[in-house]
Design a protein around this ligand. Structure first.
Ligand SMILES: *Cc1c(COP(=O)(O)O)cnc(C)c1O
Length: 340
């Protein structure tokens, strides 16, 4: 079975399951789960922040981050296509009463600093109070230039704003840039890190920031029902992933690039567009003359799962091997000779 839909689909290995079975746990709401306490300390250090908080998902850690920065009626500036605006069911607005000010995302995954500057509201009772800039790295699998974030930090400081990073795929950004996660997180006041994507843990994200911010986030986490008890079983799986499954992310990047090269070659001379994100994703946009439905049908018959639509996002992860990709490319070739 090969599943190219997302890097969230990975399954825990036998060794990770042993770690889970042997976890020492306690009641985390009392602060007494040693595995969680150790993980939060480890991740705070990895991200170069004072403290960290284990959350049920990236959506939750982003929500707690936004709510810890902004009070009701305050505003965050965010990309139109960023997860914290578009893919989190409007949680910041619904649960935090936080106003989103969206900005079109540039081709390189950033937001124009000139546009941000124009959107920052003056202190006037007509306007919401601008409080936060929210960014993403990687965005759509694309690594963001660190020099950009350094410039954004200057703009934020000039205007008394905080910065939050949705680092759902920060491990991919670290591997692709050769920088540590702490370096990448340095310009930000808070960072959300997903452990159930490239790292391959089954559950969990962490929010990192100052002691004060995490104290606030812990309160919000309780309020939204995220105070888990013996969640050390989750923490040890993440700890295992950080130790054993971080460096191997390079293989996912190599695989996605290889896939890009193979598909580019096969699709040369067609109207299809193939693009490599630079990390673990390759995108194929098929013209109407090459219906993705028949491709999906063939792949389903061969136990391969693809996303819907004519624009396919193919994601490499822990459970994707080069052999499986070779088989996929072979089938793709068969399909193409039939359709073309
Ligand atoms: C996956 C993802 C998240 C978090 O998603 P959850 O499914 O809630 O863990 C946040 N931001 C980005 C950019 C993501 O890709």
């Amino acid at each position: 079975m090969l599943d190219l839909r997302s890097d969230t689909v990975t399954l825990p290995s036998a060794a990770m399951r042993v770690a889970i079975a042997e976890a020492t746990v306690g009641d985390d709401v009392y602060g007494e789960d040693p595995s969680i306490n150790a993980l939060e300390k480890r991740v705070a250090e990895l991200l170069g922040k004072e403290d960290a908080l284990l959350c049920s998902s990236g959506t939750q850690s982003n929500l707690l981050g936004l709510m810890s920065h902004c009070r009701n009626g305050e505003e965050y500036i965010v990309g139109q296509e960023y997860h914290t605006y578009r893919y989190e069911a409007g949680g910041a607005a619904v649960l935090g009463s936080i106003v989103p000010q969206t900005i079109e995302v540039e081709a390189d995954g950033t937001l124009s600093l000139e546009t941000i500057e124009k959107r920052i509201k003056p202190n006037d009772p007509h306007f919401p109070i601008t409080r936060l800039l929210a960014f993403e790295n990687t965005h759509g699998g694309q690594l963001i230039d660190q020099a950009y974030f350094d410039k954004a930090r200057i703009l934020a400081d000039q205007n008394g704003l905080s910065m939050h990073l949705d680092g759902a795929r920060l491990p991919n950004a670290a591997i692709a840039s050769g920088r540590s996660m702490a370096e990448l997180a340095a310009p930000f006041d808070s960072v959300s890190l997903c452990c159930s994507k490239g790292l391959g843990a089954p559950i969990g994200s962490l929010l990192a920031g100052s002691k004060e911010l995490i104290k606030q986030a812990r309160r919000w986490r309780k309020m939204v029902g995220g105070g888990m008890r013996q969640a050390g079983f989750v923490a040890v799986a993440i700890d295992y992933a950080l130790t054993h499954q971080f460096e191997r992310i390079q293989q996912d990047h190599d695989n996605a690039k290889w896939l890009f090269e193979q598909l580019s070659e096969l699709l040369a001379g067609t109207e299809a567009k193939v693009r490599y994100s630079g990390t673990n994703m390759t995108f194929v946009e098929l013209p109407d003359s090459l219906p993705a439905d028949s491709l999906r049908e063939l792949m389903t018959e061969n136990d391969i799962k693809l996303p819907g639509g004519q624009k396919l996002r193919l994601v490499c992860h822990l459970d994707v091997s080069r052999e499986q990709l070779e088989r996929f490319v072979e089938l793709f070739k068969q399909w193409l000779s039939r359709e073309h």
